[in-house]
Each structure stands twice: as C-alpha cells, then as structure tokens.
Design a protein around this ligand. Structure first.
Ligand SMILES: CC(C)[C@H](C(=O)O)[C@@H](O)C(=O)O
Ligand code: SF4
Length: 461
C-alpha cells in the first residue's frame, strides 16, 4: 500500500462510513460556532432537531460585535445576532463564551488558545478561515449553512477526499520577514486558485522554525489560494503550546495524547497530487497592491504594469499608478487585528515597532486584539500602553475592520494597511482601499504615515 499523508491518516481515523466515489461520512470532533451561525442553529431548532453533541460544540460572538472600548455602539444587527446566539446556545446546551469572558474572541483565535483545537482532531465552523486550526495538525475546514445543520444534528459530515498538495519551504526567513510575508509571497506565486480544491500541507525547515501562532497565520490564508484545508504536522512546539490549555487533556490522558500526536506525520513515501518548493530565505516584507491577496509584491518593488482589464480595474480602484514605488504611498488607516494576525505574538511584534514613536498626523490606527484573553495578556505586559502612548486606539476583541460587518469601516476612498487576510473591493467598507501586510509593516505604516519597509524604520531608531 502506498504511503499515507498526514491528512490521509487523520481522515481515515474519522471515517464513519465509506460512501463510495471518494466520499466519506466523517466524525466531527469539534463544532465551533460564531454569531453568523446563530441563524443555522435557529433553523435547526425550528425543524425540531436537537444538537446531537452540545458538549462538542462551542460558541462565541465575533463578526458583528462592536469592538469600541466598553462595547458601546452595537448596531441593531449586532444586537440581534448576539440575542439569537445567546438564545440558541442556551436552548441547545452549548457552551457560549460571551462578551467579557475569557474564551470570547475571533473563533479561530479562541479554538487554539483554549485547547479546543487539538492535533489529529476534526474541526468545523461555518467560516472559511477554519483552515487556521490546521496549524496544530488538525483536519479543520469551513462549512456552509446546510452542512452546519447536518453537523449539529448528527456530529458528522459528508465530504469528498480532496486533492493534496505540499508546499515545502527551504531555508530560513530573513530577519524582518514574518509568517505573513511567507504566506503572502506564496499566494503571489501560486495565485488565488493555486490550491483550489486541495488540502495544503506546509512543511520544511522554514515551517519547523515558526512558532505556533506564526503557523496559524500561514494556515489561515490557505483559503485565499483556494485551499479548504491547511495543515502542519504537530511537533514538540505544538505540544508545548497546548500543555495546560483549559480544554487540553491532563494527567495520564495528556501523556497518551502526546504519544498519539507524535505519530501524526506523513509517511516518507506518501504521494501528493502537487508539490511546490519555495526558498524562504528570499522572502522580504510583502505588501499587496491590488484587490486580492495574490496581488502582492516586495515592499521595495514598484507597482506592476497591469496585465489585462481586471488588473487595470484593480489599480484604478486602489488609486495606484504602475511603475511607482509602492513604498511612500500615503495611508489614512491602520488595522492591526483579525484571525490572521491578532494574537499576542503579533501584538508584540507590532508594539516593538511602535514603542517610543507616534502615529503620523492624520492617520487613524486601531489595535483590535483577537480575543479577550489576548487583550488581557497584552494589558498585563503593558502593550496596550505602548499602543495608546503612540496614539493607537486600543479596542475590544472581534473581527472589526477585517470585514466591516459591525458598523466599523474604513471610509470610502481611504487607504488602509491591514494585518487581515482579504483586500477585496469594499471589504473594509464601500470604496475602502486595503493593503495587506504583516503586523510590523502595519505598525511601521502607522508611524510613517505611508507604506514603508519596517526594517528601514528600525535602522533609524
Ligand atoms: C462571515 C463569514 C462567513 C466569512 C468567511 O467565511 O470567511 C468571514 O469570516 C470572512 O472572513 O469573509
Ligand atoms: S477576522 Fe476576518 S477573516 Fe477572520 S473570521 Fe473574522 S471576518 Fe473572517
């Protein structure tokens, strides 16, 4: 028998029934629910179904909640979602991590930090960035509203085994380049559909060297190149990260779990449908110029000449001219947040750039921690003060400006550098222009008032 990939092994462990033609009925170990999921919960209840395993289902509001300090200014829409989520989770006996409680936050930040996300587990959430959890060696993927009801009612899901791709990163990232740069560069190389329909395994020395939160950043953007799953084999770093997390196993169970997790890696002779190799040592700080994460360049490069009408339209939307250096482009907003880059390590990286500096005149800069626990940890370290002293707004946790689904938006025509994962037309508000970048790059833009290579700021410090 041919060797199996890591993904194959986890898949095989979850098969309840083989349905033929590559389809399987899989057991779901964790169902994560955020506020948009309240609609599907309501629909399920109206059809008279109970949630089969409420103890495997966990909820928290993130998309629509206000992130204003003190949670003021909730929109009518947000209040409705919040009320529905509270009502539906209560009716079904589902654990809800509500506003102000440890455990609240962007669902993809919360899963790993609570130890709900575990190596070898299957994890679903009706959100495309569920691929984030694959960073811990989980089989994690986004589902639709119909699948949500199926999962909730049966704790299983029907899935066709996807094609598999491995991206192998040689070398080490240069100083000043981060996981965000690594994955943006990769998407730039492979394109928005480069991993369509695939489960993507990230491997190689440059991945091994990343800490857990950086690995989450990498897996988070898998879906931006069409991959429904991203996965990284768990290792000692993964186990260290999970030890003593609230929902991680303890005592003898922990020992057994680690022994099993240690076996979670692909066989040497496993075959992938596609293999890509990338040299991480050539990757510098990245910044997007267009309206998809694949429209990305090195911060030292010039805006490319458009290839075809789509890119021409992207340049017009972004208000950029081909041939101009991207560095030096004036900006109006900075958003440090989202399930890509709002964990404590991201905030530390951004704070290191900001410390002792001021946000440039006319720039609005927000830090939106990824979760209540991230917020508290940052405050314990005094990071909130570093940001506040510089003129940043220090906010409550949630999705906020990443999706502008909560009344928080970048005004039309204004230009933002954002640590999130989508720079689509109107994503941060109608007419808003978004440049995706790492936390260091976003922090540097805030203090410089323009797009800038954060390494050049460091030299002047
Ligand atoms: C609202 C939700 C369904 C959506 C997703 O699936 O990703 C959002 O989180 C996003 O990032 O665009
Ligand atoms: S932070 Fe952004 S990308 Fe992540 S779940 Fe929320 S809206 Fe989606």
């Amino acid at each position: 028998m041919a060797g199996r990939t890591l993904f194959d092994k986890i898949w095989d462990n979850h098969v309840v029934a083989d349905l033929g033609d590559g389809f399987s009925l899989l057991h779901v170990d964790r169902h994560l629910v955020s506020d948009p999921g309240s609609k599907a919960l309501a629909a399920l209840r109206q059809r008279g179904h109970a949630v089969r395993n409420p103890e495997l289902t966990f909820a928290t509001p993130d998309h629509t909640v206000s992130t204003a300090p003190g949670r003021t200014g909730h929109t009518a829409n947000a209040l409705r979602y919040l009320k529905d989520l509270r009502h539906e989770t209560h009716a079904q006996g589902i654990r809800l991590f509500d506003l102000g409680q440890p455990g609240q936050g962007i669902v993809h930040v919360v899963g790993p930090e609570l130890g709900l996300t575990l190596p070898g587990a299957s994890i679903v959430c009706s959100d495309s960035h569920t691929c984030t959890h694959g960073a811990l060696g989980a089989l994690a993927f986004g589902i639709g509203a119909t699948e949500f009801q199926h999962v909730a009612a049966t704790q299983t899901i029907v899935l066709q085994r996807p094609r598999q791709m491995r991206i192998w990163f040689d070398g080490t990232l240069p100083r000043g380049a981060s996981a965000k740069d690594l994955i943006l560069h990769t998407i730039g190389r492979l394109g928005a559909t480069g991993a369509s329909g695939c489960a993507v395994e990230y491997a190689g020395p440059a991945i091994d060297a990343l800490d857990m939160e950086a690995r989450m950043t990498v897996c988070n953007l898998s879906v931006e190149m069409g991959g429904r799953f991203g996965i990284i084999a768990p290792d000692a770093r993964t186990f260290d990260y999970l030890r003593e997390r609230p929902y991680a196993p303890t005592g003898a169970l922990w020992e057994r779990a680690v022994a099993q997790w240690g076996a979670l890696h692909g066989d040497d002779d496993a075959v992938f449908d596609r293999e890509v190799r990338i040299d991480a040592s050539c990757i510098g700080p990245q910044i997007t110029w267009g309206v998809g994460p694949q429209d990305v360049l090195d911060v030292g490069d010039v805006v490319p000449a458009p290839v075809g009408p789509t890119q021409q339209a992207a340049l017009e939307y972004m208000g950029l001219r081909a041939g101009d250096p991207i560095a030096g482009t004036p900006i109006d907003w900075v958003f440090i947040g989202s399930c890509t880059n709002a964990r404590i390590s991201d905030l530390r990286l951004a704070a290191a750039v900001v410390r002792g500096r001021r946000v440039a005149a006319g720039v609005k800069a927000w830090v939106v921690p990824g979760s209540e626990l991230v917020k508290r940890a940052a405050e314990d370290e005094g990071l909130d003060q570093v940001f506040r002293d510089a003129g940043f707004e220090w906010r409550e946790s949630g999705c906020s400006l990443c999706v502008a689904g909560n009344g928080e938006a970048v005004p039309p025509g204004q230009r933002a550098v954002s640590t999130s994962n989508r720079n689509f037309v109107g994503r941060q508000g109608p007419g808003a222009r978004t440049h995706l970048a790492s936390p260091q790059m976003a922090a540097a833009a805030a203090v410089a008032g323009c797009i800038v290579d954060h390494r050049t700021l460091e030299r002047h410090a």
